[in-house]
Structures are given as structure tokens and as C-alpha cells.
Design a binder for this molecule. Structure first.
Ligand code: MN
Length: 252
């Protein structure tokens, strides 16, 4: 069984496209948030109970669970017993927008795959690298082929696959590149306005992030028309600095 979730919410057509494509690979169980959790990161809800409802996926006959928890809560719910059996794989997406470079530290899509990996189940995050226009057909088909391969070959523990698909037609896709995370540049700005009572409120606004990646990175591959797959490890230890700081001989 493959567990499918996302961070755009259970109504997202990207989730339905992914679930439908994965049904050809194995049985599918869908548990997704009941609202949009984009950029919610890796969240665990501990301060309130979680509610779950049965729904039908948008434009399909596939039944799904909808939860008021985060994407990573949805994965936890499934792995802790809500899914009828323990999933062999968790696939999250298809996100409406890229998740490349340091985006992954914010991404609910990637966090759901992270939750899977932390719990010992392989995880794949799939994002369509366009903020405004979404045709999920190619990305869904690619995700299904990759899922099949991951199930057959296996991947190392502690590693998820972060997939970004360029917003192109199948015949325009140049190929697949296995990449490292590129360097994102955010264009965030603080927008200050007044509420009806004269008090200031703030939006963190600005345009979509940029960043010209070097060859070999996810940013570069997607800009060049390639599907990007980045193996991402949960162990964030920086080993070179570990040795360097050890030499500081810090005293307790
Ligand atoms: Mn999203």
C-alpha cells in the first residue's frame, strides 16, 4: 500500500492526479489536510486532538481521509494505525509550485515525506515547478514510474527523494537529472498596513523566490527543462564543521 498526502489540501487537483496515477502501482490510501498548509514545515500537533473525515477526492471516485492536522500529522496518523495496513511508501504532492533549495525547510510537501522517513518508511515529495499554471498529467505519470522503481530497488534509510518537475509537455522534457539542492534567493518584503481599527498589521510578501542554481543543482536542472530528483537526508550534521569546532576545545 502507498500512502498519498499533500500540503495544498485534500481538494487540490494535484493530490487527485497523484493518487490516480499511483493506483496503477499499488493500493493507495489517501490522508490529506482539510486546508492549505503550504510552507507549514515539519509540524506535529500536540496541543489539540485531530479530527478525521471521510471524503471523495475531487473529480474521482477515490475515497480519502481529510484531517485538520498538518501534512506530517497526516502521515503520522496513517502510520500509527489509521491506514488499513502499514504503507510501503509515502508519496506527497503533487505540489502546486516548486520546492527547491532551502524551500524544503519550509515545505509541507517535503515535510510529509520527511515524516515518513523518520518513521522508517521511504518517502517521495513531488512538486510541479510553476506557481500559476498546473497540468499534472506528466508529473503524475513520472511519480508513478519513480514509485515503482523505489519499491523495487529500495532507498537508504534516512533519505527521501525530492522531485521537481518542470511545467512542460512530455515531449518538451529533456530528461532526468539527479541533483543537489541549489541556493534559493527570496524576495520577501515586509508589507505594513492598517486594520479597520487603525492598528498595524503585517504580511510577509514579495514575489516568488529566484536563485540561479549552478549546474548539478535542482534549480539549474528544472530551469533547463529536466526533471530534478534530489536525495535529501534527515541528518543535517555538518561533518567538516564538527571537526573544526571540536578543535576549539570548549570548556564546560
Ligand atoms: Mn503547497
Amino acid at each position: 500500500m502507498i500512502l498519498v498526502t499533500n500540503d495544498d489540501g485534500v481538494d487540490s487537483p494535484g493530490l487527485a492526479a497523484l493518487a490516480r496515477a499511483l493506483k496503477a502501482v499499488d493500493e493507495v490510501c489517501v490522508i490529506a489536510p482539510n486546508r492549505n498548509w503550504t510552507a507549514a514545515g515539519h509540524t506535529k500537533t500536540l496541543d489539540r486532538p485531530l479530527r478525521v473525515a471521510k471524503v471523495t477526492l475531487h473529480g474521482t471516485r477515490l475515497s480519502a481521509y481529510s484531517s485538520d492536522g498538518s501534512p506530517s500529522d497526516c502521515v503520522a496518523l496513517a502510520l500509527l494505525g489509521l491506514a488499513p495496513e502499514r504503507p510501503r511508501l509515502v508519496v506527497s504532492g503533487i505540489n502546486t509550485g516548486p520546492n527547491m533549495g532551502s524551500d524544503i525547510t519550509y515545505s509541507g510537501t517535503v515535510s510529509a515525506a520527511m515524516e515518513a522517513v523518520v518513521s522508517g518508511v521511504p518517502g517521495i515529495a513531488v512538486s510541479l515547478a510553476d506557481y500559476y499554471q498546473w497540468d499534472f498529467a506528466y508529473a503524475a505519470g513520472f511519480a508513478a514510474r519513480l514509485a515503482k522503481r523505489v519499491l523495487r530497488e529500495g532507498v537508504d534509510r534516512d533519505v527521501l527523494l525530492n522531485v521537481n518537475v518542470p511545467p512542460l509537455k512530455r515531449r518538451e522534457i529533456k530528461g532526468v537529472q539527479i541533483t543537489s539542492l541549489g541556493h534559493r534567493e527570496y524576495r520577501d518584503e515586509l508589507i505594513t498596513r492598517k486594520d479597520p481599527f487603525g492598528r498595524d498589521y503585517y504580511w510577509i510578501g514579495g514575489g516568488p523566490p529566484g536563485g540561479a542554481g549552478d549546474p548539478g543543482t535542482d534549480l539549474y536542472a528544472v530551469a533547463a527543462g529536466y526533471v530534478s530528483i534530489t536525495p535529501v537526508q534527515i541528518d543535517l550534521t555538518h561533518h567538516a564543521l564538527l571537526e573544526k569546532i571540536s578543535k576549539w576545545k570548549l570548556r564546560a
